[in-house]
Design a protein around this ligand. Structure first.
Ligand code: ZN
Length: 371
């Protein structure tokens, strides 16, 4: 235990040095105040974690060879400190460092875009996560110890098409927010309600219980974020889901991050449900056609286990509630009558051009990435 504590302390030292380097590099950069503050907070945390780990290692040395009530307590305190320290170190190394390394002009643009969307749509939360590039897989939201970050893939921000996914990531902290979740989720904000509904559908055998865990740990939050994103961003979010799924390997979802998401097809149905309120019928039919033709491509199977966990009927029942929740929360829905400078019009215009003027779109994409 002693050696493990000292090793994790040394790791925290190295992380602290790295964070301090970022603090110096970002110093005076006009758009980097919040990000520099993030690096400074992390440097402080690593300092205190390293100190704590060393203190507990010292305490263990003192009691070496002794046995008493007090030594048992010292050991168990040291163990729990080790776990905490290792968890902070992991969060810093896996997420915060890549986040800071990926922080560039595109990241600044995406962070601003999130703020702009939040203002435009009366976003039901004051917190707006910072965005950077550096995701190891797809867009994802991470939160730990008061830090909320969106990590985007390496090329995000050089093209408009995937940006509606930012709205999905912005929705994660809203769904987790204890003040807002009841408004948005209705009775589904209560864990026992989710358990009851899933068990009612799938039974309380092993399969039903595993499904309940998946719903509570991941699924229901992801479905809620899909609904909010489609409600806010409109068909562009549906198109982006299609586009993301074009890229999947075999039957593996691109959203695969340890199986956290409900099956892509169920998500598509949920998105279509939200779009039925905010988008035209013609565009929705077109989406379905492309989905069936390009994504499904006649293939059967895939995601079979998860599909069992997520009966479509249940996903849609929950989706209906979140849709009502968006209205209760006063979020401004997408409509095709929005002014051209609304960020959501920019997403949807880009997708329209991609579909109807693909060659011209290529040129404007190049313009975006070069400007
Ligand atoms: Zn998500």
């Amino acid at each position: 235990m002693c050696g493990a504590l000292l090793a994790v302390a040394r790791k925290c030292d190295r992380l602290r040095e790295e964070f301090e380097r970022f603090v110096r590099e970002l110093d005076g950069r006009p758009d980097a105040k919040a990000v520099r503050a993030l690096a400074a907070r992390q440097a402080m945390r690593m300092t205190s974690e390293a100190e704590e780990a060393r203190r507990h290692a010292g305490a263990l040395r003192e009691i070496a060879g002794k046995t008493s009530e007090e030594t048992i307590r010292t050991r168990s305190r040291a163990q729990s400190r080790y776990r905490k320290c290792a968890a902070y170190g992991r969060f810093a190394e896996y997420f915060v460092i890549p986040f800071l390394r990926g922080y560039d002009d595109e990241a600044v643009m995406m962070t601003k875009l999130c703020r702009e969307i939040a203002e435009t749509v009366a976003w039901p939360s004051d917190s707006c996560p910072l965005v950077s590039r550096g995701a190891s897989n797809y867009f994802h939201f991470v939160a730990e110890e008061g830090e909320e970050l969106i990590l985007a893939p390496a090329l995000a921000g050089t093209t408009v098409l995937p940006l509606p996914d930012l709205v999905h990531e912005m929705a994660h902290p809203v769904v987790r927010d204890s003040q807002r979740r009841e408004t948005i989720l209705g009775p589904w904000h209560r864990e026992d309600f989710v358990i009851e509904r899933v068990i009612e559908k799938l039974g309380d055998g092993r399969f039903g219980k595993a499904a309940v865990r998946h719903w509570i740990d991941h699924g229901f939050e992801e479905i809620a974020c899909d609904i909010i994103a489609a409600f806010v961003a409109g068909p562009a979010y549906g198109w982006q889901h299609v586009r993301a799924c074009w890229g999947r390997e075999g039957d593996k979802s691109v959203h695969e991050d340890g199986d956290h998401h409900p099956p892509d097809s169920g998500r598509f149905a949920v998105i279509q449900l939200a779009l039925a309120q905010v988008a035209g019928e013609e565009e929705r039919a077109e989406l379905t056609e492309v989905w069936n033709g390009v994504v499904l491509g006649g293939e059967e199977g895939g995601e079979a286990d998860l599909e069992g966990y997520y009966p479509l009927e249940l996903m849609l029942e929950f989706a209906e509630e979140v849709l009502r929740g968006c209205v209760r929360a006063g979020i401004k829905p997408y409509s095709d009558q929005l002014p051209a400078d609304d960020p959501r019009s920019r997403f949807n215009d880009a997708w329209k051009q991609m579909r109807f003027e693909p060659f011209e779109f290529d040129a404007s994409e190049r313009f975006i990435s070069e400007s």
